[in-house]
Every structure is written in structure tokens, then in C-alpha cells.
Design a protein around this ligand. Structure first.
Ligand SMILES: Nc1ncnc2c1ncn2[C@@H]1O[C@@H]2COP(=O)(O)O[C@H]2[C@H]1O
Length: 730
């Protein structure tokens, strides 16, 4: 029973339930509920009425399911038999105390009930857990890549595999956002999607646009509160305008806190949480929520006491600074040149500090008395422009500043200079970063070209070769803006690299026959192994007889397969998506030598796939192996047929030119017979020209080479003669 006590104590019960009402209904407490002594007595009656079979059945179930519970039951039975009064040890201070045998029975039954309930509890916990996991699996994954538009410059409909790939990428990008809203590509559609989708993606354009609006309101408050507080720009006439502007900004703050921020999806354990109640809770738990609520504090109500010119009451509006940071952070992640965004932020800080400085200078001057000495503001001209000019000069340390005359003025100037130095140091550092980043790859490229040319000059490489190398560098740079494409992607995870590679090369890959019906997994495996390489016009990509170590896919440009005598005949011209070099790689022709020479016709961009990579990838894809082998065999057959025909033509040409065979001399006996038989009889004809079959063999070369009228006539005659002679035969 001690164990039962322990287990009960350890169990974490989610809630206390009203037992009375439940007993009335079921006469049985639900799992996970506490009961008191009187309630237990009620229960005890109910349990004692149970049939023993029911209890024994229960025990056996316990034994098989839990293992330990058997021990617990036995222990409780022992206790029951002994009727031991000591067994009144505490089961739970919250449950009850028992000292009688009756209660022992109750305890035993209660132990069994407890175990049964424990099983139910476990089953429920497992079910809930399974449902939780299922829900999690059904959540959209973290968007990784935004797919390129499949229709961009590609009129050809890609084969099913590629359509599927494009679709998958689009789905992953879109499913979490505006899919349910018809026509949500328009601006209003997007705005509507805010309403109907209920939750918002913080990375989307719509949310960032909204952030921009809130950020403008924040900036308005930041600039206007100190300005109106120090400079005499708020008058009785324009107060309503200022108030209208103030409350418009407040309304936007309110909308942001009440409707937008609570709908923002957030990431939890790698999944986007899009449940509105959860997003709302997430926002409320954040520090940002407290700041946002504080920023909306209606201290303006005190205007009724202090008057509308007491602008300090609006100071809490400046607490919404998180929106300002968030906007810049999001834009920083979104744009292609984040340094510009960073510089804009630093510039804003700098201008704002100068603005504050100008306000402080004016306030200081009015405190000292306008124009009381040469350092304070004289009061002439536009106060803000003059003060801003003074503050800028001080902050940037440009120009001649009036000399401070008192300690306070010196202190003011010292602070202004220090602030200027600090902000400028940051600004100049960031500018330098921008310039260095913008030109880094170009600087690296130039350095490489210079090194390569210098090296060739040292080795006295012929000029035309140097020119070709230069041309290669220039073309490659123009095409890729980098000399090593793979280096850029090195830091990315494998899956992301594959997605990018497929998206970038999908147009070419969709034209490769090999990939049309192949497994998506094979394409994914191969795509990262493809290395881009550029060939100049006339470059030999491979030569006949070489050992094949790579195969190629044409990305752009054209290559020519050369054959015939001296490799002067163009066997085929291959364009985008064509694969070549696979025959020697698969050793289809019996050896691993190139069966033809291939050269680049103009500038061509190819993908290279190394033999080891190909073998490794297609080892598990017999279908792809078959396709490659089939194509290679077709090419071999084509080449063999062509060569055979060429040989035949060559032989015939030789025959026509001079090897005409002399007809054999007619034997004497035949002569004699011919003289005896009538000249125009079929027998004489047969003896003179021979039978049709023998004559066909003898005259093949004649018939093939020159189907003259004489031959044709002979054939006709021959037919007639043969028919006649056949008719003469018995
Ligand atoms: N008649 C042809 N038409 C097109 N391509 C060919 C032809 N003959 C050979 N090739 C390709 O040219 C490649 C030269 O190297 P491989 O022999 O490895 O593989 C060869 C084929 O891929």
C-alpha cells in the first residue's frame, strides 16, 4: 500500500473534479481526481457490490499490462488478509486514513481501481501524445527557399518530375500564407488575406509594409515630441492639426497592438505556429507586448490639467522602439544589399541625435536668454534651421563653432562633440564595409587574372594561348560573376543546396532526356555533383580515343560531334539539354575510350559529371542505367551503320574507277552448239546470255552503278527468254 501511496503522490493530476456530482452520475470517480473520506465510503459500497470475477479479471489485466501492478495488488491482498491495523499508514494526506478491515477491503478495491485508472490515464496520455505529434506533422514546414517562377523565360512545359519539383517548392513557399484567398496576388487580395487567414507570416511583404507604416508613426513621435516641446511651433491655431496627427499615429499603434502583432506566426521547435490562440498568447508573453501597451498609455488625458502644449505627456509613445528595430532587421534580411539598410539606420540615428542636439541647443539658449552672448542662439531667422545647422557643425566638427563662454556651454559642446565622434566612427565604418563588400568579388577576380597572366608570361606561354586564357576569364566572369560557383553555396545545408541547384538549373535539367522519367532522388543526387565549365569557340571538349573520365550536359551553346576521315565530318550538333560522353564512361563499346571527338562550336556552358560521381549515383537506379545504356547503344549502332555505308560507298567508287572484271571466254563446245541451233531460238539466247540468275550475279556492279537502258532491255529480253525456254521444257 505504501507503493500505492507513493505512486499516487507521484502522479500529477491535472485538475480536481467535483466528485459529488460525478458519484451521483457514475458512482465512480474519474481518473485523476481526489476524494475525501465520506466520498470514499460511498464508493466502497459500490465496489463491494462488484462481482469477484470482475476483480480477478482486472488483476490479470494488471499483471499482463503493467508488470509491477501485480506486486501492488498482491501486497494489498496481504494487507487485507492480515487485517493489520498498522496498515493505516498514510495513503495520502489529501485522500483518507484507514484503520479498519473494512477499509482494507476498500483499499484493495481502491488499489485495483487505481491501477485501472492508471492504465486509462496512460492510454489517454499516449493518445494525446500521438495526436500532438500528428498535428505537428501536419503543420507547414519552415519555408526554406522561395521557388523561381517556373514560367520565367521557359515556354516549354517541363516533364512531370520537374513540374512536381516546381510545385513542391511553390507549395512550401505559399501554403503558409495566402493560398485560401482567391485573387490574393493583387494588393487588396493581400490585404484581405490578413483578415481571412487570421495569422500573418512575419516574413511577408504585407507585414513588412505594415511595419513601415508603424515605423513612420514612431518616427513622427520621436521627431515631433521634442520639437514641439522646445521650439515654438505649436500655436493655438495649429493645435487641432497637431492633435489630429498625434491621434492618427496613436490609432495605428493601437491597430498594431490589437490586431496585427497577436496574429504573427512564430517558430516553435522548427515549425511555424499558425494557431491564432497560440500566436496571441505568444505575443502577450513577450516583453514587446508590455512595451507596446505602455507606449499606448493615455497620459494625454492630463492635457485637460496641464494643457496641450505639455508634450512630455506623449513621451511613452517612444517606447515602441522595438518596431523601429524590427522593421530594419526584417528589411535587412529581405534586400539584396543589406549594407544600404544598415547605413540608412545609422544615418537615421545620426540625424536624430543632431535633431535632439538642435532642440537642446534651442532650449539651452531660451533658458540663457536668446542672443545674450555670442554662443547662444541669437533668435534671428528660422529657429529650427539655425539650431540644426549649429548642431550639425558641432556633431561633425566641421566649420567654425562659436566659442562657449560659460561652463555649461563648454559642457554642452563637449557632449555634442563626443556624440558626433561616436556616430561618425560607426557611419564611416559601415560605409567602408559597403564599398569593400560590393567590390570584393571583383577584386578577387582581378587578382586571379593578374596572377594567371603573370604566370604565363614567366613561362613564355605563346601569346595566342594567353589571349584564350584571358578570353576564358572574361567570359566566365560575365556569365557567373564568380570563378567558383560552388564556393558560394558551401556554407548552406545539403538540402538547401540541392533545392537551389534544381531551381537554378531546372530549365536545362528539364531538357535532359535522362532525367525525364528518372527518380526524383536520382536527380537530387546528381544535381549537386554537376560542375559548370565554360568552353571557348573551337575548344576540343574530348577527343576520339582518349580515356573517358567525365560526361557532359550542354547548358547553353552548341557542341559538334566530329567523325569520318580526319574528324572533319560533323556527325551531330548537340544543343541545350543534350548529354554526351557517356559511351566511354559506361564502357558500352567494350572499352573506356572516346568514340568520337567533340568540340565547342561557339562559347558553350556545360555541366561536367565525373565518372565516379555518376557510378555512385546510378548504382541504385537501374532504370537510369538502362536509359543511358540504350542511348549509348543507339549511338554506337548509328556510328557503325554510318561507317559501314561509308566503306561500301568507298569500295564502289573504287570499282567504278578502274577495277572492271573481264568476262570469261566462251567454251568451244558452247560455240559449236550455238552454230547448230537456230539463232533466234530460246536455247541460243540462253547460251548467249546465260540464265537470269547467273546474269544477275555477273552484272551486279553494272546494274548497281549504271542502270543503263541496255541493261534494262537485256533484263526484259532475259525474262522473255527464260519464260519461253521454261515453256519448252517437258
Ligand atoms: N553519332 C553521334 N551522335 C551524337 N552523339 C554522338 C555520336 N557519336 C558519339 N556521340 C557522343 O560523343 C561522345 C564521345 O565520347 P564517348 O564515346 O564517351 O560518348 C560519345 C557520345 O556521347
Amino acid at each position: 500500500m505504501d507503493r500505492i501511496c507513493l505512486m499516487k503522490k507521484r502522479m500529477v493530476y491535472p485538475e480536481r473534479l467535483e466528485l459529488d456530482s460525478l458519484i451521483k452520475i457514475n458512482r465512480q470517480p474519474p481518473a485523476g481526481s481526489w476524494c475525501n473520506e465520506s466520498q470514499l465510503c460511498d464508493l466502497q459500497e459500490t465496489r463491494q457490490q462488484r462481482r469477484p470475477t470482475e476483480i480477478s479479471g482486472l488483476q490479470s489485466v494488471e499483471t499482463t499490462i503493467l508488470g509491477i501492478p501485480m506486486l501492488l495488488s498482491v501486497r494489498s491482498l496481504d494487507d487485507l488478509e492480515q487485517g493489520n491495523a498498522d496498515r493505516q499508514s498514510t495513503i495520502s494526506t489529501n485522500i483518507y486514513r484507514s484503520s479498519s478491515d473494512e477499509n482494507s477491503c476498500i483499499l484493495q478495491a481502491d488499489g485495483q481501481l487505481f491501477i485501472r485508472q492508471r492504465i486509462r490515464h496512460l492510454v489517454r496520455a499516449f493518445t494525446e501524445r500521438a495526436q500532438r505529434i500528428r498535428r505537428r506533422l501536419e503543420l507547414p514546414p519552415t519555408p526554406s527557399t522561395v521557388s523561381s517562377d517556373p514560367e520565367d523565360g521557359n515556354d516549354l512545359r517541363p516533364p512531370p518530375l520537374f513540374r512536381r519539383l516546381q510545385l513542391t517548392n511553390c507549395e512550401s513557399a505559399d501554403s503558409s500564407t495566402c493560398a485560401p484567398v482567391a485573387g490574393c496576388h493583387s494588393f487588396w487580395g493581400r490585404i484581405k488575406s490578413i483578415h481571412c487567414n487570421r495569422t500573418l507570416d512575419p516574413q511577408r511583404y504585407e507585414y513588412i509594409s505594415w511595419l513601415f507604416v508603424v515605423m513612420l508613426c514612431y518616427m513622427y513621435n520621436c521627431w515631433v515630441i521634442p520639437l514641439r516641446n522646445t521650439f515654438p511651433y505649436q500655436t493655438a491655431e495649429n493645435t487641432p492639426i497637431w492633435l489630429a496627427l498625434d491621434y492618427s499615429a496613436d490609432a495605428i499603434y493601437f491597430l498594431d497592438v490589437a490586431f496585427i502583432k497577436p496574429r504573427l506566426k512564430y517558430l516553435e521547435e522548427g515549425f511555424w505556429v499558425a494557431d491564432l490562440s497560440l500566436t496571441r498568447r505568444n505575443y502577450i508573453q513577450k516583453w514587446q507586448f508590455k512595451m507596446d501597451v505602455l507606449s499606448l498609455m493615455p497620459l494625454d488625458l492630463l492635457y485637460f490639467i496641464f494643457g496641450t502644449e505639455y508634450l512630455m505627456l506623449r513621451i511613452p509613445r517612444l517606447l515602441k522602439i522595438q518596431t523601429f528595430w524590427e522593421f530594419f532587421d526584417r528589411v535587412d534580411n529581405m534586400v539584396s544589399s543589406p549594407y544600404v539598410v544598415r547605413m540608412a539606420r545609422t544615418l537615421t540615428y545620426m540625424l536624430y541625435l543632431i535633431h535632439l542636439n538642435a532642440c537642446a541647443y534651442y532650449a539651452f539658449s531660451t533658458w540663457k536668454g536668446l542672443g545674450t552672448n555670442s554662443w547662444v542662439f541669437s533668435g534671428k531667422g528660422s529657429p529650427y534651421i539655425r539650431c540644426f545647422y549649429f548642431a550639425t557643425k558641432t556633431a561633425t566638427s566641421i566649420g567654425k563653432n562659436p566659442k562657449p563662454e560659460t561652463e555649461e556651454e563648454s559642457l554642452f559642446m563637449t557632449c555634442s562633440w563626443l556624440m558626433g565622434v561616436f556616430v561618425f566612427a560607426i557611419l564611416i565604418g559601415q560605409m567602408r564595409d559597403i564599398v569593400v563588400t560590393a567590390t570584393r568579388s571583383q577584386t578577387e577576380y582581378k587578382k586571379l587574372v593578374d596572377e594567371a597572366l603573370e604566370y604565363m608570361r614567366c613561362l613564355n606561354v605563346p601569346n595566342h594561348l594567353q589571349e584564350r586564357v584571358k578570353l576564358w576569364f572574361t567570359f566566365t566572369w560575365e556569365q557567373q560573376h564568380t570563378l567558383d560557383e560552388s564556393r558560394i553555396m558551401d556554407t548552406l545545408p545539403h538540402k538547401m543546396k540541392t533545392d537551389i541547384a534544381i531551381n537554378v538549373h531546372i530549365q536545362t535539367l528539364s531538357k535532359v532526356q535522362l532525367f525525364h522519367d528518372c527518380d526524383e532522388a536520382l536527380l537530387r543526387e546528381l544535381v549537386l555533383k554537376l560542375r559548370p565549365v565554360i568552353f571557348l569557340p573551337g575548344d576540343f571538349i574530348c577527343r576520339k580515343g582518349e580515356v573517358g573520365k567525365q560526361m557532359y550536359i550542354v547548358k547553353t551553346g552548341q557542341v559538334q560531334v566530329m567523325g569520318g576521315e580526319n574528324e572533319s565530318e560533323v556527325l551531330a550538333t548537340l544543343t541545350e539539354g543534350s548529354v554526351f560522353g557517356e559511351i566511354s564512361l559506361l564502357a558500352i563499346a567494350g572499352c573506356n575510350r572516346r568514340t568520337a571527338t567533340v568540340r565547342s562550336r561557339g562559347f558553350s556552358n556545360l555541366f561536367v559529371l565525373r565518372k565516379a560521381d555518376l557510378n555512385e549515383a546510378i548504382a541504385y537506379y537501374p532504370d537510369a542505367q538502362e536509359i543511358l545504356k540504350k542511348k549509348a547503344k543507339q549511338l554506337i549502332k548509328q556510328n557503325a551503320d554510318r561507317e559501314r555505308n561509308n566503306k561500301k560507298e568507298q569500295e564502289m567508287a573504287e570499282v567504278i574507277i578502274g577495277n572492271r572484271v573481264e568476262a570469261p571466254e566462251t567454251p568451244r563446245l558452247v560455240h559449236t552448239v550455238m552454230q547448230v541451233v537456230p539463232a533466234n531460238s530460246p536455247t541460243a539466247h540462253l547460251l548467249k546470255y546465260g540464265s537470269r540468275s547467273t546474269r544477275r550475279v555477273n552484272n551486279t556492279w553494272l546494274n548497281c552503278a549504271q542502270p543503263t537502258t541496255e541493261n534494262q532491255m537485256l533484263m526484259v529480253e532475259d525474262n522473255i527468254a527464260v519464260k519461253n525456254s521454261e515453256s519448252c521444257l517437258p
